[in-house]
Design a protein around this ligand. Structure first.
Ligand code: PHE
Length: 343
């Protein structure tokens, strides 16, 4: 084979290869061209390389040099083509994609405002030495009423004011009555559960759900949360109660909060008070409190001559709503993400 023929074959191949790479539009056609022109095993380059041995020995050096140049040119054409394809790739997938725009923030779930409030309240009360206690949401009349000094005929036990459960027994479904289990109407049940298990001194809070058959409106919901507090020891006084609530209010609502007790009545405390905080130019009632009634101590086997204590129950939703400027309790339980995402 003459050097002339060899060189013209080589030029033809380079032209053919660069035309083929120019025509490539996607990864698939790129791969076809690569196998054909630069592939190690079946490449056209290799076929031509074999011809070198058939050339006059004196021309072989020149042929080899030109061969290497052509090989490099084809490799370059391949590299250019690969780069061109890579740049166009993002645009090919989504023509509206603009890599210069700022990224979208991924939507991550977060903790419900009431749960956040509960954690905050536990933290504040924890600093005053109150430990968290829990009780069941389905209660028996003993813990929700009887041990709390609420007798059988008390209006607070009315089926219209409580969610009594229709429970099944051997004779079928028991009708709803005041002797049945119920969804607890107050977290004061946990006072009894704690005192039944532990001896004084006691310093606990309990944060949880309570249920009352109220029609929902801006300030009522059939399920809400309370923070119950119980402190029992020797020589506990009402001054201790007021101090704890004042320190709590200053921590949760702000240093300038004033606190006021108004005389009231609860069967399980004597004396009893309504607790108001003065905040944002208004007195707002946040719950009830008082000194634990001796009858309650007797129900759990404490000696009322030795021990005294205070208890309080504050509305968690009310605290959360005041602090965050929420005006409708139903917003908290609507599941509306536009509302919930703000917290
Ligand atoms: N359990 C009362 C209520 O639900 C609040 C309270 C708790 C009052 C503890 C006194 C002591 O209204």
């Amino acid at each position: 084979m003459s050097l002339q023929d060899f060189l013209s074959d080589l030029d033809k191949l380079v032209q053919e290869a660069s035309a083929a790479f120019d025509a490539v539009t996607d990864a698939e056609s790129l791969e076809v061209a690569r196998v054909r022109y630069v592939g190690q095993k079946s490449g056209a380059l290799r076929d031509i390389q074999k011809q070198i041995s058939k050339i006059e020995p004196s021309d072989r050096k020149a042929a080899g040099m030109r061969f290497n140049e052509s090989k490099a040119a084809i490799q370059d054409a391949f590299n250019d083509c690969k780069q061109r394809l890579g740049q166009g790739e993002a645009a090919a997938i989504d023509p509206t994609f603009d890599p210069t725009l700022p990224g979208l923030r991924p939507i991550v779930g977060h903790i419900h405002p009431i749960t956040q409030t509960i954690e905050h309240l536990m933290e504040i009360m924890g600093r005053m030495g109150f430990e968290a206690a829990e009780g069941p949401e389905v209660e028996d009349p003993w813990h929700n009423f009887v041990a709390l000094n609420i007798p059988e005929d008390h209006p607070a036990r009315d089926p219209l004011d409580n969610f009594y459960l229709a429970t099944a027994n051997q004779n079928g479904v028991e009708p709803v009555s005041e002797g049945n289990q119920l969804l607890r109407s107050q977290t004061s049940t946990v006072q009894i559960r704690v005192m039944e298990k532990q001896k004084p001194p006691i310093r606990v809070i309990s944060l949880g759900r309570v249920y009352r058959p109220d029609a929902p409106d801006a300030t009522h919901f059939p399920m809400f949360h309370q923070m119950e507090g119980l402190f029992v020891d020797r020589h506990v006084t009402m001054a201790n109660l007021k101090t704890v609530l004042r320190v709590f209010a200053a921590n949760y609502l702000g240093d300038d909060v004033a606190i006021r007790f108004r005389p009231s009545f609860f069967p399980f405390t004597e004396p009893s008070v309504e607790v108001d905080f003065f905040w944002n130019d208004a007195w707002v009632e946040f719950g009830g409190a008082g000194m634990v009634d001796p009858n309650v101590f007797e129900a759990v086997g404490y000696d009322p001559e030795q021990y005294s204590g205070f208890a309080f129950g504050l509305g968690v939703e009310r605290l959360c709503m005041r602090r965050h400027g929420i005006t409708d309790i139903r917003d908290l339980y609507s599941g509306d993400l536009r509302f919930l995402r703000q917290f």
